[in-house]
Design a protein around this ligand. Structure first.
Ligand SMILES: C[S@@+](CC[C@H](N)C(=O)[O-])C[C@H]1O[C@@H](n2cnc3c(N)ncnc32)[C@H](O)[C@@H]1O
Length: 309
């Protein structure tokens, strides 16, 4: 957990000049929990609201919920602004996206964590590839599907000096940042559902880190079909899945995010190993499945488009 020098009391921000607002910032932790649970609202207010909640008419409850959400958003935006200013002071990393974009992919705005996870992902991609006798440097056309603000791409580029790298994401802000700062790659803004703008048989390596962990079954199958279309014969695909809650149910889809943070269809998906072998094999050969093979967290699935015979 990271502690930043920050606290915001409700109502303070709008009525003070910027310098005094900054001086009012004192110890609040910025873990995902604090960003999502309404740290900006006083505990006494929360207790009172909970007490009278069942007596409030439905339309008033809705108003309260909306006000809290708006407050959370304001809190987050001010927090990110503060963190960006700190990052600029520290200047410890080149190619560091703004805190808001880091938070969208990591559920945390922490700069050190962003850089460390990106490096760990590249290490784990290399490790998975080596298990099937391949290495990053052997690919010519690489796609980061769901690249976000480049957490992995930034680190991966060092290992693929001769490859043409593409990144795509549905998040236009993330792609705008990537286009402006990651000049070694090309970027496109994608859609929630296929197709992409890429030609058929284009890439010999496609990876998607923590993307299929957010798609419902319908979207997942459509995207497997599209990735198959744009992959060359013999291409390798590396996807990550989360099997931690799949259990007997094989595929579980949970609504987990605060409304408005991501598109409504973007939630949390959990896959069992058996499910992956059973369903993904309609699109690709499953070469390997490595539990917790990505950053000791998500499972790695290695796929291959059947080589042309
Ligand atoms: C948890 S983030 C991971 C981002 C990046 N792969 C990383 O590891 O830093 C998931 C990303 O998938 C992107 N995404 C989800 N559905 C997508 C789609 N249909 N096409 C492109 N990107 C998508 C989201 O916008 C988000 O940036």
């Amino acid at each position: 957990m990271i502690l930043f020098n920050l606290s915001l009391r409700r109502g303070d921000a709008a009525h003070r000049p910027a310098r005094r607002r900054a001086a009012a910032l004192t110890n609040v932790d910025v873990s995902q929990a604090s960003l999502n649970n309404g740290t900006a609202i006083k505990e006494g207010t929360v207790r009172y609201l909970v007490k009278i909640w069942s007596y409030l008419p439905a339309n008033l409850r809705l108003l309260v919920v909306k006000a809290v959400q708006r407050n959370n958003r304001l809190y987050r935006r001010l927090l990110f602004r503060h963190i960006d200013a700190k990052d600029r002071e520290n200047a410890s990393h080149t190619l560091l996206p703004p805190a808001e974009l880091r938070h969208r992919v990591s559920c945390s705005p922490d700069a050190e964590g962003f850089v460390m996870i990106g490096a760990a992902c590249v290490r784990d991609i290399q490790s998975a590839l080596s298990k099937v006798g391949r290495e990053l440097g052997s690919f010519e056309r690489i796609l980061d599907f769901g690249c976000g603000c480049g957490r992995t791409l930034i680190q991966l580029a060092k290992h693929t000096p001769s490859a043409q790298i593409d990144g795509t994401d549905i998040d236009p802000d993330a792609i705008a940042w990537c286009r402006a700062h990651l000049t070694f790659a090309r970027f496109s803004v994608g859609n929630a559902t296929p197709p992409t703008g890429y030609q058929s048989d284009m890439f010999d390596f496609i990876y998607a880190i923590s993307v299929f962990t957010h798609l419902n079954e319908d979207y997942q199958f459509r995207w497997l079909g599209e990735l198959r279309r744009i992959a060359r014969d013999g291409a390798i695909l590396l996807l990550t899945v989360d099997s931690s809650k799949a259990g007997e149910e094989e595929f579980v889809f949970e609504n987990s995010y605060e409304e408005g943070l991501f598109p409504a269809w973007y939630q949390n998906a959990f896959h069992s190993r058996d499910y992956v072998f059973d369903k993904f094999s309609s699109y690709f050969n499953v070469l390997g499945y490595y539990p917790r093979g990505m950053n000791n967290h998500q499972d790695v699935v290695l796929l291959q488009k059947s080589p042309a015979s």
